[in-house]
Design a protein around this ligand. Structure first.
Ligand code: G3P
Ligand code: CA
Length: 244
């Protein structure tokens, strides 16, 4: 059965990358979460998509210039009824221990090469003994190869925007167990052949009914979506749970 990963949590209905959004995704029955990480000035791994806080909070400036205690004062749910702080990765991993979800941690270190970020994330995953439920991804493939070198027990998956030729060969060459392609830039046949080669395929960001249907029909490993509630409903139609 195709797994459903909630992109930045249940971000179709809640403020992205907040605890409220992650908890709602879990309540909705999502199999996994996708979240983005950056690093503060004092070395805290925080869950936020952009290098700057401007778009998603009531503050302004680069995450890298904030002390964690000051970043926590910002509201990551500008339009919501109550304040939601930017979560630390540690807070999310601690909460993950209370459920069975898989968590895809995307390293947002393509523009700013946060030094020591990989080590800090790996240390947290080990601290909470979540090695089996974490997938590291990034558009910065050097970063995930480095993760593999320091923690080969944690799964890695390169992110792609463009279509790449025979992605199963590339992913094997960097010891990745999965790929996270842009859904519109990968064909059914390439998805199927990649999976036949033992590589998980989790396309992003799949929000339209017809795109979900297409991926459920070929039994794709997982989809990454803003709307896990809709995805679960559509999956019911195309993939029946086996009778026990
Ligand atoms: O991990 C899939 C997707 O989140 C990558 O793009 O920009 O939404 O982080 P973006
Ligand atoms: Ca992401």
């Amino acid at each position: 059965m195709t797994q459903i990963f909630a992109h930045r949590g249940y971000s179709a209905a809640y403020a992205e990358n907040t605890m409220g959004s992650f908890i709602a995704a879990e309540k909705a029955g999502a199999d996994g979460l996708e979240l983005d990480v950056q690093l503060t000035r004092d070395g805290e791994i925080v869950v936020i998509h952009d290098e700057k806080v401007n778009r998603t909070t009531n503050g302004s400036g680069f995450v890298k210039d904030f002390l964690f205690k000051d970043l926590r004062k910002l509201n990551a749910d500008k339009n919501g009824p109550k304040k939601e702080p930017i979560p630390s990765l540690e807070e999310v991993l601690e909460w993950l221990k209370s459920n069975k979800m898989v968590c895809n941690i995307e390293f947002k270190n393509g523009l700013i090469p946060y030094e020591g970020m990989e080590e800090k994330v790996v240390e947290l995953v080990h601290k909470y003994r979540l090695e089996d439920r974490i997938v590291f991804s990034s558009f910065n493939h050097y970063s995930i190869v480095y993760c593999y070198r320091i923690a080969p027990e944690i799964e890695t998956a390169p992110l792609f925007i463009e279509a790449i030729y025979m992605p199963w060969i590339y992913s094997k060459s960097i010891r990745a167990k999965g790929i996270h392609p842009k859904h519109s830039n990968i064909s059914d046949q390439v998805i199927i052949t990649t999976m036949e080669n033992g590589i998980a395929v989790r396309p992003y960001t799949v929000n339209q009914d017809r795109d979900m249907k297409r991926l459920f029909q070929i039994n794709c490993t997982a989809i990454i979506t803003d709307d896990p509630v809709k995805a679960i409903k559509i999956r019911e139609t195309y993939q029946k749970r086996p009778l026990r």
